[in-house]
Structure formats: structure tokens, C-alpha cells
Design a protein around this ligand. Structure first.
Ligand code: AMP
Length: 546
């Protein structure tokens, strides 16, 4: 075999911030801080402070491979930790503060974190963990001396004191690109959360895919609002893609309500925003109640929606009221997270809005680097005909091959594919559509009914704020769909009107057997519908005809 003669430079996270500091030194990172005010800094500032942070971590005795945890919202100090911790060869472990304290305790101990950095708002949470996380040698509040809280935690450190006065003459070590860079636990709706351990190489490759035009097209001209939290799969890789491309980043801190997000979009002239459907629901409700005119006030061009399915009505609202294109995307913690992106093809030029919305409902086409296949229960490949639904399996250089400190081997199939736990169809153009989580699919008389398709059809009703569908036991059909609806404030809707609305919008045998109205639906720590909890809530429920 003749070897190529190209340089073997490792793909390292430190190279991203070095690049941004060289090529985009004045490009801004705008943060809403936990202390209150808006903070502005540049990639050059982040680069300098990140080196100071790496010196400080070394002085604290952090060595390569050790885990450093964060409990923090999106902000510039969190971004510095992304680069400082991973850049020096340690592993950044971002923790979702919305998890139950017992889950956080489990995760910190399982990851064997040695330091814990946290935002001002989480003092109480960290106090409640005191004595339960023995491996953590020190806790650092991500603030300055003036804002240090009164609290019972012994030996608490202050972030600005820690890095202030340190030399920024820190040279990033040349690491093996395959060493671990960051760690994120899955939200774990069943069993204990599982740790996904990313590498420098996987993170840099993933970042390239995110920046690619047919990926998320992150470029220097964009101002990107990261509503997706930095504790959820590295904020979909955006802190890395931002530095790779020189995009201006807007980090919303703890204020994720509709009014705050709208204000940031307007004041900072955001062109691209990323987040899960729940935050966009809050934004749209705010636009309605405050009677705003986003089309006139904002320069938002694209909204990336992932994490749960983006309903058609949401894409339509963004198109008509904001003149913004919804980029539907799919992925998961185990995939860094990017898997598919719903961009249009040249032959879609000239489609009507209705036709375009039908495409945007799909989760999109695989980005280069991700291979997908559909299989049946026996693992036999199924056709990509846009009709046949099967288990969705993936492989690629930013897909996990095992969980951190997990004894269970055999996570991948013989060809190296990882089972996503999602059920999907793929059409001849490669557009994938998630029809369900495999454990949520409703099995009615041997056929599968997609709970997601029913939910999307239900939320198209103007009086519906949110909807969930679960399978309810049925004597004859084994399971039948039960639709659970939250009405919009002031919305008038009855069971009969809801069922009538669904006629003709879904196959007749999919029409739910009953509709129940509730005040709110349970969500997981990452904002998804908590189907497990819903099934528990409705375990004694009996369908009318059953
Ligand atoms: P997480 O690891 O918490 O990001 O969750 C990943 C799971 O979220 C996927 O396996 C899907 O079930 C779901 N998911 C992510 N994006 C979408 C989407 N666009 N549409 C439907 N489900 C999605």
C-alpha cells in the first residue's frame, strides 16, 4: 500500500479557538449573564482567558483525562471552560441542572468529577450535594468577587479570582486527537443516565459537518442564538462551529422565556437560532400575546429545530410571521448530536409553501459522515421507500461505540451500526422521517401507529397548545391511541371537535379512541414529552370501548 504524503496534524479543540483568535479576533460573543447585564467579548478575549483558565486548572492539579464538571447556562465563562478544559487534555463534563438532584449526584460520582464549576443560580443545588460528591476537590462559582454568594460550602473558589492575574502564555499541548474531550450523560428516562464520551477528533469532524452548507451552514456572516443549552450535547456543537466559522454567538443565560428570547433576537440582530420545539412554543405564544410583528422587527432568517419533531404549524408560523426558514434537524446525545438536516434540493425550487412544509416536516437527509439504515425486529434491512418504517441504525466517526464506564458490550450490530431507538422511514431522496421512539410506537392489531404523526396532526388545531399520544390497552387491538391535549388559554375545544378535526388528516384507523384534556404535560429534563411518566399517569385509564 502506498501511503499518502499529507501532514498528520491532529484534529484538536484548541485549534478551533486558536483559529478564531487569528482570523476572527473582533467577532463578538454576547452573553446574558446570571448577574444580570449583557456582557460582550470577542474570540480574542475568549482565547486569552481560556489560556489563563488552562494555567489555573494546571495549578489546581487537574491532569489530562480528569473530568471537570459544569452546572451552567449558556454564557462566555461556560464557553471558556469548553476550550480551557478540553484544550489542556482534561474532559469537560456538562451537567443538565434540570435533572433531579439524586441524578446529578449519581452522574458526578459516576463520572468521578474532580472539580465543579457552577453558575450563581445553582448555589442551592450545589449546597444540597455537599457531602455526597466526595471526589469533587473544589467548587468554583462562575462569577467575580463582587457577586460571590454567601453560602455554606467550604473552600468555595471564585472564577475571576482563579484566572485573574494568570499568565496567558499557555501553549496548548499536542494531544492524540482520539483522547476524550467532553462527556455528556443522556437524560435517562429509563434507568440510570449513560455517559457519552466525545473525542477531539469526533468534535472537530462534527463541527465541520455543522458548518457545511448542506449541514447547518454556520458561517462568519451569521449571528447565532444558542437557545439550545450548553449542557445538552455541547449545545449541538455550536461553541465549536462558532469558532471554526467565526460566527457571532449570542448566549441567552438563564432567561429562556419568550419575551427574553425575542428581545435578544431583536436587539442583537440574530440571523439564526437553534433550539427545541418547547422554547419556540413559548416564543410564539409571546408573539401572540404581545401582538408583535417579528417580520418587521427581526432579521431572523433560519431557525434550527431539533430534539423533538418540529410540527408543521411551527414551520408555517416562522415562514409567515418571521419570514424565517425552519431547518428541521435530528440527532441524539450519542451522535454529537447531528444526524440529519432537512435542507431542500434544487428540484424543490418553486414549490408552494404547502408543498415545502410537507418536506420540512421530515427530519431530513444524513449529513456526510453519518450512514443510516432501517431494519426490522430481526435486524434485516428494510427498503428506503418512504413507506416502510423500521428501526433506525447509524454509524459514523461522531457516533458513540460504547458508554462511559459501562460494562455492557455489544452496543453495535455486526456492521458497526448503533441502534438509535427511533423508528423511521427513509424516502428515495434520502429524507428520513421519525415516526416514533421504538418504545412509544402504538401497536394496534399488528400494525404500527405513529404517536408523533398524531401529535403533529393534533397541534395543527388552532385551540391546541400541546398534544401527546400514548397507547392505551385494548382488548381486541392490543393497543389503541389515546390523545392527551393541553388547550390554549381561552381555546374552545371538545373531544368531538378534536376527533372531527383529525378526520382526513390521518389514516382513519389511526384516529384516537379517546381524547383527554389536561392543564399541562410532563416533560423530561431536555424538554421532550415525558411519555414514560404519561403512561404511568394514565395506567389506570380505560378506553371507552375497551
Ligand atoms: P437526546 O439524546 O436527549 O438529544 O435525544 C435524542 C432523541 O430525541 C432522538 O433519538 C429522537 O427520539 C429525538 N429527536 C431528536 N430530534 C428529533 C426530531 N427532529 N424529531 C423527532 N425526534 C427527535
Amino acid at each position: 500500500m502506498l501511503k499518502g504524503l499529507m501532514q498528520d496534524r491532529p484534529l484538536l479543540i484548541s485549534s478551533l479557538i486558536e483559529h478564531a483568535a487569528r482570523l476572527h479576533p473582533r467577532r463578538e460573543i454576547v452573553s446574558r449573564t446570571s448577574e444580570g447585564p449583557i456582557h460582550r467579548c470577542t474570540y480574542a478575549d475568549i482565547d486569552r482567558r481560556t489560556r489563563q483558565l488552562a494555567s489555573a486548572l494546571t495549578a489546581l492539579g487537574v491532569t489530562p483525562g480528569q473530568r471537570v464538571a459544569t452546572l451552567a447556562w449558556n454564557g462566555y465563562r461556560h464557553m471558556e471552560l469548553y476550550y480551557g478544559v478540553s484544550g489542556m487534555g482534561a474532559v469537560l463534563h456538562t451537567i443538565n441542572p434540570r435533572l433531579f438532584p439524586e441524578q446529578i449526584e449519581y452522574i458526578v460520582n459516576h463520572a468521578e468529577d474532580c472539580l465543579l464549576f457552577f453558575d450563581l443560580g445553582f448555589v442551592g443545588l450545589v449546597e444540597s450535594l455537599a457531602g455526597k460528591i466526595p471526589g469533587v476537590r473544589a467548587c468554583v462559582v462562575m462569577t467575580d468577587r463582587a457577586h460571590m454568594p454567601e453560602c455554606s460550602l467550604p473552600g468555595l473558589l471564585c472564577y475571576e479570582d482563579l484566572i485573574g492575574g494568570r499568565s496567558d502564555a499557555y501553549d496548548w499541548p499536542v494531544l492524540d486527537e482520539n483522547v476524550a474531550s467532553s462527556l455528556c450523560y443522556t437524560s435517562g428516562t429509563t434507568g440510570n443516565p449513560k455517559g457519552v464520551l466525545y473525542s477531539h477528533r469526533s468534535s472537530v469532524l462534527h463541527s465541520w459537518a455543522a458548518c457545511a452548507v448542506d449541514g447547518l451552514a454556520i458561517g462568519a456572516a451569521e449571528t447565532v442564538l444558542l437557545v439550545v443549552p450548553m449542557f445538552h450535547v455541547n449545545a449541538w456543537g455550536m461553541p465549536y462551529a462558532g469558532a471554526m466559522s467565526g460566527a457571532r454567538l449570542v448566549l441567552p443565560g438563564p432567561a429562556l422565556d419568550g419575551a427574553s428570547i425575542y428581545g435578544l433576537m431583536r436587539d442583537e440582530q440574530v440571523t439564526l437560532a437553534l433550539g427545541v420545539p418547547t422554547v419556540w412554543l413559548m416564543l410564539l405564544q409571546h408573539v401572540d400575546t404581545a401582538r408583535l410583528k417579528p417580520r418587521d422587527e427581526l432579521c431572523l432568517r433560519r431557525v434550527v429545530i431539533g430534539g423533538s419533531s418540529a410540527p408543521r404549524t411551527m414551520s408555517e408560523r416562522f415562514a409567515t410571521d418571521f419570514s424565517a426558514f425552519v431547518v428541521h434537524a435530528w440527532g441524539m446525545t450519542e451522535m454529537s448530536p447531528l444526524g440529519t438536516v432537512c435542507n431542500l434540493l434544487p428540484r424543490h425550487a418553486g414549490l408552494t409553501l404547502e408543498e415545502r412544509l410537507a418536506i420540512q416536516e421530515k427530519q431530513g437527509r444524513a449529513v456526510y459522515g453519518v450512514e443510516m439504515k432501517l431494519v426490522d425486529d430481526a435486524g434485516v434491512r428494510l427498503p428506503c421507500d418512504g413507506e416502510t418504517a423500521g428501526h433506525l441504525l447509524v454509524r459514523g466517526p461522531w457516533v458513540t461505540r460504547g458508554y462511559y464506564r459501562d460494562a455492557g458490550a455489544g452496543l453495535l450490530d455486526p456492521d458497526g451500526f448503533f441502534d438509535t431507538g427511533d423508528v423511521a422511514t427513509i424516502d428515495a431522496d434520502g429524507y428520513m422521517r421519525i415516526t416514533d421512539r421504538s418504545k412509544d410506537v402504538i401497536k394496534s392489531g399488528g400494525e404500527w401507529i405513529s404517536s408523533i404523526a398524531l401529535e403533529n396532526a393534533a397541534v395543527a388545531h388552532p385551540a391546541v397548545a400541546e398534544a401527546a399520544v400514548i397507547g392505551a390497552a385494548h382488548d381486541k387491538w392490543q393497543e389503541r391511541p389515546l390523545l392527551i391535549v393541553v388547550r390554549k388559554p381561552g381555546g374552545e375545544l371538545t373531544r368531538e371537535l378534536m376527533l372531527e378535526f383529525l378526520q382526513g388528516r390521518v389514516a382513519s384507523w389511526w384516529i384516537p379512541d379517546d381524547v383527554v384534556f389536561v392543564d399541562q404535560l410532563p416533560h423530561t429534563a431536555t424538554g421532550k414529552l415525558h411519555k414514560l411518566k404519561l403512561r404511568e399517569m394514565f395506567k389506570d385509564y380505560r378506553l371507552p370501548a375497551a
